[in-house]
Design a protein around this ligand. Sequence first.
Ligand code: HEC
Length: 171
Amino acid sequence: MTLSSIVNLIFMKSNIKSILKIIFFGLITILIIIQFLPIGKNHTNPPVMKEPQWDTPQTRATFIRACADCHSNETKWPWYSNIAPVSWLIQDHVDEGREHLNISEWGMRKYHEDDAVKEVEKGAMPLEGYLFLHSEAKLTQQEKEEFIQGLKATFGSEEEETEHTESEIEE
Ligand code: HEC
């Protein structure tokens, strides 16, 4: 029996309503099954070892507000972080984020902290999907500018060097 003959059979014997019903319950079943997969469940917050030397408490406060859920060991795991498939995405962001920059394990590994200024300037960080669900992490223009100054003072910045080379290439 070919696929098209199966499809024909379904369409002959049932109306659109019952096909939609099958799709709906199929999706529900899949959603239930994926909750049991051992993925996206490692919601651990390892101990805080050492933090960077912040230039001001304000820079730290903004970082905690906008970045720390993915770049520290003090992640606030929301209720929906327990529900697949959203949980897979969130777990991935936190694992990757901590790998690239973790303010709770400062000096224990090499990070890309001097990219932080660039990421905030071009609006790449915080991640857009995160901002959608965390309006408190949105920075006003003024807050953003102050934060960039704070990040420069705390982490340094590769930005000036890069801009220099880019303008040289353009010429
Ligand atoms: C929702 C999670 C999330 C939030 C919130 C978040 N980040 Fe990230 N960040 C990531 C992930 C995932 C990566 C690694 C993948 C990538 O570079 O896109 C990353 C990478 C980085 C890197 C390394 C880039 C490189 O060149 O390797 C820096 C620096 C950074 N983030 C800074 C920040 C700053 C500053 C904030 C707050 C304004 C922030 N992030 C907020 C998830 C996040």
